[in-house]
Write a protein that binds this ligand. Structure first.
Ligand SMILES: *Cc1c(COP(=O)(O)O)cnc(C)c1O
Length: 493
């Protein structure tokens, strides 16, 4: 057990709120009715709603106790890979909560919300500056929605040239959203195998460009990729695509590893998305809220979603483009998230963003270096922002697989890393420490991993029953997802 981490403190058991219920108990008291009671009879319930009957204090305790069972970035490190999970500075929250920003109505005419439009406009311009791209829309609400928006723009561009292309190329290391977005945008996703070094093989890309030629609408590349490796042939790849009139889409979810050092525009990228909730420290998790702005080179700008915000003679105005793909969500985007991202970028400045990438890469390489004598490391080349390990050594020593190692980490007080992804690595454990963790915190995580590896090596434990220290121990995950127990009735079944 590592000091300062772990779950040995006071952990209160908590029944479901229905089990706390006691007939007639309520959280409010209203004065007696002093007018004749009248009800539109057809709307009256025949059976009382099945709601728990509890007092206000019981509600407060119930949810506070449950919230204490949750693990969050405010409690400890989230060593998840692929999804950058870093700390969101509180100043972003304070700024987004300013009444002038948090309570404005999205239907206000442009002349009455100049400040809000300026925020979105400035953010779009800064994202163009960071990426080297020409224009940007802050409208999409997630990375995946940005991907779809980007591909719809690509489709509109090809259609404007009278070409109906069918294929989007996606490397086998890609995030699952890439092929999904391709299909949603009406394309066939064709998977491209990466080389044994973990990146794309230029000859393979040239080969598929020869084979499918003008049927290829675009290729989606994540750079650095989900193995944390930089696609070192990116310029030649973009040339091969451009030679057949295809577009290079960059999944920008891993921008945290390169910002300030490399610009996607210099890599021949035509369109990309940013994941503000990853790179630019806005809240993340539980399905939202997020934002996935899309930036394009000028030839794709006429197809960006409406409305566009322009600065004309010192005033922010909105404009609808004739050839736009239309709207991809209501209004201008997930405004509160955009405010947080702008606050973060301005707070860091250009030097700060560079420092972020540098520290994120250093942290990942430090982890990989220290853990490489205890766990198998599938790719030896220098990694960028994530560290990939596998269970190969632990399987050989004591038959212990990645899933058990991940569960064992919970008993050490850490959230598990991403496991079994990327799919191209058998038994993968993918860790992205990000720049926000200190050396002490990284060392604690490393110690936890080593403690587990030692227990496996000396056959002291195979972690078959981990986690053992949490309120809810090892669960049947498939059953838990399919038959969640949310009420007394569920429990009785
Ligand atoms: C997180 C992620 C996505 C999807 O982004 P969401 O905002 O979760 O929709 C896409 N690609 C990569 C590489 C990612 O890490």
């Amino acid at each position: 057990m590592i000091e300062g981490q772990g779950t040995t403190g006071l952990v209160l058991k908590e029944p479901t709120i229905f089990e706390r219920s006691s007939a007639g108990r309520q959280g409010y008291a209203l004065p007696a009715l002093d007018v004749p009671e009248k009800q539109p009879v057809r709307f009256v319930r025949h059976k009382a709603a099945e709601l728990p009957e509890v007092s206000e204090l019981e509600v407060v305790r119930h949810f506070t106790r449950l919230s204490n069972w949750n693990y969050s970035v405010d409690l400890g490190m989230f060593p998840l890979g692929s999804c950058t999970m870093k700390y969101n500075p509180r100043i972003n929250e304070e700024i987004a909560a300013l009444p002038g920003l948090s309570v404005i109505h999205p239907d206000l005419p442009a002349e009455h919300c100049q400040g809000a439009l300026e925020i979105i406009y400035c953010l779009e311009k800064l994202l163009c500056g960071i990426s080297g791209m020409d224009e940007c829309t802050a409208q999409p609400s997630a990375g995946a929605q940005g991907e779809l928006t980007g591909l719809m723009i690509v489709r509109a561009f090809h259609e404007s040239l009278g070409s109906s292309r069918k294929i989007v190329l996606v490397p086998d290391t890609a995030h699952g959203t890439n092929p999904a977005s391709s299909v949603l945008a009406g394309y066939q996703a064709i998977t491209l195998k990466s080389s044994s070094s973990g990146i794309l093989n230029l000859e393979d890309v040239r080969g598929v460009c020869d084979k499918f030629g003008r049927d290829i609408a675009a290729m989606m590349i994540t750079n650095p990729n989900t193995l944390g490796l930089f696609e070192s042939n990116i310029i030649e790849i973009s040339q091969a695509l451009h030679n057949v009139g295809a577009q290079l889409y960059m999944d920008g979810a891993n921008l945290n590893a390169i910002m300030g050092y490399a610009k996607p525009s210099d890599m021949g990228v035509d369109v990309m998305q940013f994941n503000l909730h990853k790179t630019f420290s806005t809240p993340h998790g539980g399905g939202g809220p997020g934002a996935g702005p899309v930036a394009v080179r000028s030839h794709l700008a006429p197809y960006l979603p409406n409305p566009r915000i322009r600065l004309v003679e010192g005033k922010y105005v909105t404009e609808n483009l004739k050839s736009s793909i239309g709207k991809v969500r209501g209004y201008y985007g997930n405004f509160g998230v955009l405010v947080r991202a702008l606050a973060y970028i301005l707070q860091q400045g250009a030097d700060g963003l560079k420092q972020v990438s540098k520290a994120a890469v250093l942290n990942a390489n430090y982890l990989r270096h220290r853990l490489s004598s205890h766990f198998a490391v599938p790719y030896r080349s220098p990694h960028f922002h994530e560290c990939v390990l596998t269970d190969a050594i632990q399987i050989k020593e004591n038959g212990v697989k990645t899933l058990a190692i991940a569960k064992a980490l919970i008993d050490q007080g850490f959230h598990p890393p991403t496991i079994y992804f990327p799919l191209v690595v058998g038994g993968a454990m993918l860790i992205e420490p990000t720049e926000t963790e200190s050396l002490q915190e990284l060392d604690k995580l490393i110690d936890a991993f080593i403690t587990i590896a030692e227990a496996i090596r000396t056959k002291k434990d195979n972690f078959e029953h981990a986690p053992r220290k949490t309120i809810v121990g090892k669960v049947d995950e498939v059953r838990a997802a399919r038959q969640p127990i949310l009420s007394l009735d569920d429990r009785a079944q």
